[in-house]
Design a binder for this molecule. Structure first.
Ligand SMILES: [Zn+2]
Length: 112
């Protein structure tokens, strides 16, 4: 356990751990952007304008918002090659499925 004497409290801001924490907080935007393609730009903005509160906020927002690559979820593929449609709701169904994916209605037996 690390116990601090009372006289150190006026100098508490110079404590190594406090310095490390404040350094980490200062470069938090750059840390969050470490895997991004525009890391250098965010890091420079963080480094140069971070001491102004506005610059730090801007770097943080930039680090959080911009993405290196968009991972757009592929829309679910309807009936691959089957070309079957539900007899009840008309939406495409998987070939050979006994029940509709969309409405759950029972489908007539499909020939194979
Ligand atoms: Zn249906």
């Amino acid at each position: 356990m690390l116990t601090l004497p009372l006289w150190i409290f006026p100098f508490f801001h110079f404590h190594p751990i406090f310095l490390l924490v404040s350094l980490f907080l200062y470069f938090l935007p750059a840390y969050l952007a470490r895997h991004k393609s525009n890391f250098t730009a965010i890091f420079l903005l963080n480094l140069l304008t971070g001491w102004t509160f506005i610059g730090w906020i801007a770097a943080l927002i930039w680090a959080v918002s911009s993405e290196p690559q968009r991972q757009v979820a592929a829309p679910p593929q309807p009936a691959a090659g089957g070309g079957l449609f539900c007899t009840t709701c008309g939406k495409p169904c998987v070939a050979g499925a006994r029940f509709c994916n969309s409405c759950g209605a029972a489908q007539p037996a499909t020939q194979r």
